[in-house]
Design a binder for this molecule. Structure first.
Ligand code: 13P
Length: 254
């Protein structure tokens, strides 16, 4: 079975003191309640706090970035390169989050370029995919998500694909309190796995697919009980230590 992964996307939240408290509490909770052999835990703080969080998290919690620039170092004011993220201690990066797609110009093509840049630097791309409410209501969810996946991974070899983590995050479930039902999420996850199987059967068995979108301490266990849901990408609930630890525990117990 694939090892579970729970990742906290802090989005644009945090201050030095609060981060320190949160990470300290999460570490204590993980130590007391979660078997580290059963679940990998990561957090994605705002980039300015990566150094700080990396220092606090030690080896117990992986640290990643919420975005990267698809270009190498140079005249790109305000951006961060893959090399800088590695230097700061990141081992993963979120790519194509719906907030970046809708507000910051991350087109499917740019997402594909960012995935390539991450892989070239040995960062794990956590590739975020998801349909809008309109697309779901018109019955297009599976096709929309599969198309996002195909464009983002076009031209990658099997060895590169095996290094991906995928996060299915229906846009209508993000920050809304309206979680996808376990059946709705499982249907999309299974479809994504069938897309992976088209590339190579073994890939489908290997790649972890996380669910994100109003996942919380109450609903995590039933989502993670689905055959193709390997953990979660958690927004709001990752800012509360007890809730985040409970979600990690649910993932480890699945
Ligand atoms: P919420 O858990 O706050 O809905 O956010 C999900 C998300 O966007 C994680 O990347």
């Amino acid at each position: 079975m694939r090892k579970a992964l729970v990742a906290g996307n802090w989005k644009m939240n945090g201050r030095a003191e609060a981060n320190s408290e949160l990470v300290t509490q999460v570490l204590a909770g993980l130590d007391a309640q979660v078997d580290s052999d059963s679940v990998d835990v990561m957090v994605f703080p705002p980039s300015i706090f990566i150094h700080q969080v990396k220092g606090l998290a030690g080896d117990k919690i992986g640290v990643g970035a919420q975005n990267l620039c698809e270009f190498g170092d140079g005249a790109f004011t305000g951006e961060l390169s893959s090399g800088m993220l590695v230097d700061a201690g990141c081992n993963a990066v979120l790519i194509g989050h719906s907030e970046r797609r809708s507000m910051f110009g991350d087109t499917d093509e740019r997402v594909a370029a960012k995935v390539k840049a991450a892989l070239a630097a040995d960062l794990t791309p956590v590739l975020c995919l998801g349909e809008s409410l309109e697309q779901r209501d018109s019955g297009d969810a599976l096709e929309v998500v599969a198309e996002q996946f195909r464009i983002a991974t076009e031209g990658l070899g099997e060895e590169q694909m095996a290094r991906l983590v995928i996060a299915y995050e229906p846009v209508w479930a993000i920050g809304t309190g309206r979680t996808a039902t376990p059946e709705q999420a499982q249907e999309v996850h299974a479809h994504l796995r069938s897309e992976l199987a088209k590339v190579e059967a073994e890939l489908a068995a290997k790649v972890r697919i996380l669910y994100g979108g109003s996942c919380n301490a109450k609903n995590a266990a039933e989502l993670f009980a689905q055959a193709d849901i390997d953990g979660g990408l958690i927004g709001g609930a990752s800012l509360k230590a007890n809730d985040f630890v409970a979600i990690c525990q649910a993932a480890g117990a699945r």
